[in-house]
Design a protein around this ligand. Structure first.
Ligand code: ADP
Ligand code: MG
Length: 723
């Protein structure tokens, strides 16, 4: 008789890989030795006991103790020798983590285990798994939610692991609710909830299941070192400047050890890296005997995977054998807070901000805004300094502010996001939405969203024609829910064949679904900026950013055999190939639904029809020029055109894809429209002037309504609205 733990340890130590039958490599053995040192490995027997005796368990443990990389494998290996037909799915809130953990697992399990075969990942627009063969699958939470729409019982999975649950993303929250129901229905399904924070009592209570009671907590007790916390004496007026100053201070005065600086987004991070490199070069020039070399490594989710790997590189070596030691600094977004572990960090610089979703249902504006973090976040950030030895955390705010200004926990996304897409998915899943909201409100959320944001979501779906006036899913809405896109964009794609340009719209939808395609300049910044400006001008369509992305994609395809084309035009080959994948996937969905992919090559018609199609979906995102700025229709928000906008003039009416709040509100990805031919005809319910709030936009529209062609065919209009 041997225990599960013994069996699995034997399999791991065996000369042959139990999955592939190939001999284990030397590298595998070496990595196994380091895995054995992880806290989770030491608690393997305890894990199998708890996991074996319960249908639902909660795993809690500090970042870096081995939850993400080890637990899914423990579960998969517990089915040995007979893993046929078993599938373990592990969700991640971020696409980047799902992909990089799956890749790491290939290395840990042995190179003879192929990525996409035994172990794979699945993210939006990219599925690297093989049915029947894959037994361990890392995926985004959004992807699993999509799968649940196609198969509400998630029959393929034997165990589902929700990871990084403390991040409380929209999809993870909805999955928790769905899976709570599903485990009652499917006695053979196991569920593991994993979280890095200690606030698990709430989840334990939430998952209380009748006679089974509350799920047990499997706690992993990691070894961490003390971290000394420093606060500023006075509030810092400019956290960015303070962050740079603090990093330089650490580099000059503190003992060896790498630095982790938290900033809020790509632009800020790139700017910090540039400034730090220049300033350290200066310091080294002035004082080469005491200032060591410093490497800056940016880390954010749209960074190409090879560059992301740089965080695992060792720090730079001394310039001379007895010179000062080198140091590496990772400048990261929240992604380094809990989902990635970087070894060797001794100093953390925490300005106290991150980019967070904010949604104002009254004016229907969702955006990502730089906001103060919570105490729980600050605690996590500090913890990153104590992985390998005692560390220091420099908080760029006062102790008083920490105590009195920061919230205890970060708010879950469901309380501060536009719920349009989520509500459509819930309704498709069979949760009925009548306008008294009953079922949608009674749905067992971990934290229930406000009725106002649910109502706003229903209203939008009704305007889009996805729900009828009683809140029932229309056939059109059912088609919309098939697309892994926001509802507006899905609608644009579905109506595009009517306008004979679905081929082009397909490309635009794909390009809007990937991170921006302009590459981060490397080497000389100033020079690169000028060159990039030229390249950009060359590819810009002056009155439409939507047509600009179409043009970029077409040129990219036309030069596909020339590997240098993207680089020489300062475009990101990764983002473009991601767009390619997205396009293929969307095309497959369209073909499956019988939506024709058509195009007539006529530039003039393309121009007008593209605008009409955009209006069909994005009619709620229209702005009217007022002075130097724009005012959004109905909600009357004053906005400016984002600097990235390629429009050469400021037309009277524009339609936009994105609303962003930075120092002020901006709109991004813009196309000039003619209200005459578009707004009133293609979004008549929304632009029904009898119920339109009074204001300059209404007056302008009234004038147009009087003069426009009265003979507009009403049946044509209905056909467009309802497919
Ligand atoms: P948790 O999920 O509990 O935070 P992980 O399973 O992600 O912990 O990490 C366990 C260990 O694996 C970490 O200590 C880290 O050093 C190592 N690790 C994680 N990702 C990578 C990677 N991409 N490359 C090398 N080592 C990694
Ligand atoms: Mg993890």
């Amino acid at each position: 008789y041997t225990s599960k733990g013994d069996q699995v340890r034997q399999a791991l130590e065996h000369r042959f890989n139990s999955v592939t039958g190939n001999p284990h490599s030397e590298k595998y053995m070496k990595l196994l030795e380091s895995r054995k040192k992880l806290p989770v490995y030491e608690q393997m027997d305890e894990f199998y006991k708890v996991f074996g005796e319960n249908q639902v368990i909660i795993v809690a443990g500090d970042t870096g103790c081995g939850k993400t990389t080890q637990i899914p494998q423990f579960v998969a290996y517990s089915d040995l020798p007979d893993i046929k037909g078993k599938l373990v799915g592990c969700t991640q809130p971020r696409r980047m983590s799902a992909m990089s953990v799956a890749r790491l697992l290939i290395v840990l399990l042995d190179p003879s285990v192929k990525l996409g075969a035994h172990v794979g990942y699945s993210v939006r627009f990219e599925d690297m798994t093989t049915p029947e063969i894959t037994f361990l699958k890392y995926m985004t939470d959004g992807k699993l939610l999509r799968e649940a729409i196609g198969d509400p019982d998630l029959r393929r999975y034997s165990t589902i692991i929700l990871d990084e649950v403390h991040e409380r993303t929209l999809a993870t929250d909805i999955l928790m609710s769905l899976l709570k129901g599903l485990v009652k229905k499917r006695a053979d399904l196991k569920l593991i909830i994993m979280s890095a924070t200690v606030d698990y009592l709430k989840l334990q209570k939430y998952f209380e299941l009748g006679s089974a009671g509350r799920p047990p907590i499997f706690k992993i007790t990691g070894k961490t070192f003390p971290v000394e916390i420093f606060y500023t004496q006075r509030p810092e007026p400019d956290y960015f400047e303070a962050a740079i100053r603090t990093v330089l201070m650490i580099h000059r005065a503190e003992k060896p050890g790498d630095i982790l600086l938290f900033l809020t987004g790509e632009q800020e991070i790139e700017k910090a890296c540039m400034q730090l490199e220049l300033k350290v070069a200066d310091l080294v020039n002035q004082d080469p005997d005491s200032v060591g070399p410093l490497t800056c490594i940016p880390l954010y989710s749209s960074l190409p995977p090879e560059l992301q790997q740089h965080i695992y590189h060792p720090p730079p070596s001394r310039r001379t054998p007895d010179g000062p030691p080198g140091r590496k600094i990772v400048v990261a977004t929240n992604i380094a807070e809990t989902s990635l572990t970087i070894e060797g960090i001794v100093y953390v610089v925490d300005p106290g901000f991150s980019k967070q979703a904010v949604y104002n249902p009254r004016i229907r504006v969702e955006s990502h805004l730089v906001s103060p973090i919570s105490k729980a976040s600050a605690h996590q950030r500090a913890g990153r300094a104590g992985r390998t030895k005692p560390g220091k955390c420099f908080r760029l705010y006062t102790e008083n502010d920490f105590m009195s200004e920061l919230e205890e926990q970060t708010y879950p996304d469901i309380l501060r996001s536009n719920l349009g897409g989520t509500v459509l998915q819930l309704i498709k899943l069979g949760i009925k939405a009548s306008y008294n909201l009953c079922d949608l409100v009674r749905f067992e959320y971990v934290d229930a969203p406000s009725p106002e944001s649910l109502l706003r979501a229903l209203e939008m779906l009704n305007y889009l024609g996805a729900l009828d006036d009683e809140g029932n899913l229309t056939p059109f809405g059912a088609v919309m829910a098939e697309f892994p896109l926001e509802p507006q964009l899905a609608k644009v794609l579905i109506v595009s064949p009517e306008f004979q340009y679905s081929d082009e719209i397909l490309t635009i939808a794909a390009m809007l679904s990937v991170p921006h395609v302009w590459r981060r300049p490397m080497g000389g910044w100033k020079r690169a900026d000028a060159a990039k400006y030229e390249a950009k001008a060359l590819l810009t369509v002056p009155h439409s950013d939507h047509l600009t992305v179409l043009k970029i994609y077409k040129e990219y395809r036309a030069h596909i055999s020339n590997k240098n084309w993207a680089f020489s035009h300062h475009l990101s080959p990764e983002a473009l190939s991601q767009a390619d994948k997205a396009r293929n996937q969307l095309q497959k969905i369209m073909e499956r639904l019988g939506l024709a992919i058509v195009s007539i090559s006529n530039e003039q018609r393309l121009d007008t029809n593209i605008r009409k199609v955009l209006v069909c979906g994005f009619f709620m995102q229209v702005a009217n020029k007022k002075g130097e700025n724009y005012v959004t229709c109905k909600d009357n928000q004053v906005v400016a055109l984002d600097p990235s906008c390629g429009l050469r003039t400021k037309p009277d009416w524009v339609i936009f894809n994105e609303f962003i709040l930075t120092t002020r509100p901006y709109i991004r990805t813009i196309t000039q429209i003619e209200p005459k031919c578009a707004l009133l005809d293609h979004a008549p319910t929304y632009f029904d002037l009898s119920s339109f709030p009074d204001g300059p936009a209404k007056h302008a529209l009234q004038k147009i309504a009087i003069t426009r062609d009265a003979a507009f065919d009403i049946s044509e209009r209905l056909r467009l609205m309802n497919l």
